[in-house]
Design a protein around this ligand. Structure first.
Ligand SMILES: NC(=O)c1ccc[n+]([C@@H]2O[C@H](COP(=O)([O-])OP(=O)(O)OC[C@H]3O[C@@H](n4cnc5c(N)ncnc54)[C@H](OP(=O)(O)O)[C@@H]3O)[C@@H](O)[C@H]2O)c1
Length: 281
């Protein structure tokens, strides 16, 4: 059987880089895309890996990378939409431009890459698309409303596309990680310093509360959780029958257990008690 090809976005670090290495080790051709391929030194050393530029906000680089991949390897069997970033702040603490920028990458970027690859997948009569979302695509959290909105959008996009493209033999799935120690935290567009005298101290209080909670919950996810788990889950979704919605990580499993064991409102109430314990006034 001929080698299969995967195109992955955001391969400069984190889940994207690990997924690129995983597919390569498993004998796949990999189109490992990133915003700054000139800086890449590791993936460029591997056989059957094409490292090329793709900025999900730039339609031309998307088309160029897809064409290069097809030209070199003859097909794109699997697309992994991994590129994305987060940010902590109250909705009012972001500027409008920052909110639009997050959606431009996390939501419109995913749609843009899908739309570039789908005609090709229809032509070859099949394929798989995997969108990396987040547990923030299942639950809303204080300081996370904007990021959650972007990831909820992609969970919805995924579910709709799974039904739309089933008749074309194209599988569409989401992989939602819990917290993992990648560059993600450093890349976050946090804005806790913005806002008026009422909002700013309160937002910072909640952020401190989160940090303490995260420290306590380290075993269930966070900087000690192994991001390889996510790369392996992506590979599993690419190669085996899995559901449309997939979660990965100990914290994600706990949250899903809670979500499935009570009403949505009871869950929101419990989250409120746990995560936003202090009144603003
Ligand atoms: N780590 C977590 O705890 C966690 C949890 C849930 C979900 N996620 C999701 O997992 C995905 C990967 O994140 P990660 O944890 O692996 O973090 P990461 O190490 O920061 O990787 C993010 C990748 O996205 C790339 N990227 C950002 N904007 C881009 C753009 N416009 N075009 C192309 N690439 C772009 C970054 O490239 P540059 O190097 O050029 O910035 C980087 O390669 C994201 O979608 C994130 O929302 C992460």
């Amino acid at each position: 059987m001929s080698k299969k090809t995967v195109l992955i976005t955001g391969c400069s670090s984190g889940f994207g880089k690990l997924a690129a290495k995983k597919f390569q080790q498993e004998g796949w051709n990999v189109v490992a895309t990133m915003r700054s391929p000139d800086k890449e030194t590791e993936l460029t050393q591997l056989d059957d890996v094409l490292v090329t530029r793709l900025d999900v906000t730039d339609k031309e680089t998307v088309a160029e990378a897809v064409n290069q991949g097809i030209e070199k390897f003859g097909a794109i069997d699997v697309l992994v939409n991994n590129a994305g970033y987060g940010g902590h702040a109250y909705l009012e603490q972001f500027t409008e431009e920052q909110i639009y920028a997050m959606f431009e990458t996390n939501v419109f970027g995913v749609m843009r890459v899908c739309r570039a690859v789908l005609p090709h997948m229809r032509q070859q009569k099949g394929g798989t698309i995997i969108n990396v979302t987040s547990m923030a695509g299942y639950i809303g959290l204080s300081l996370g409303s904007t990021y959650s909105a972007s990831k909820f959008a992609v969970e919805g996009l995924t579910e709709g596309m799974a039904l739309e493209y089933k008749p074309f033999n194209i599988k569409v799935k989401a992989v939602a990680p819990g917290a993992f120690g990648t560059n993600f935290t450093a890349a976050n567009d946090n804005n806790l310093e913005n806002g008026d005298d009422e909002l700013k101290p309160y937002a910072q209080k909640i952020a401190a509360h989160f940090a303490a909670l995260a420290e306590q919950m380290q075993k269930q996810g966070g900087k000690d959780a192994d991001p390889q788990e996510v790369a392996d889950k992506i590979y599993e979704c690419a190669t085996t029958e899995t559901p449309v919605h997939n979660v990965v990580g100990a914290d994600a499993e706990i949250l899903m257990g809670m979500i499935n064991s009570m009403s949505r409102q009871d869950f929101i109430n419990q989250m409120g008690v746990m995560l936003t314990p202090q009144e603003a006034n």
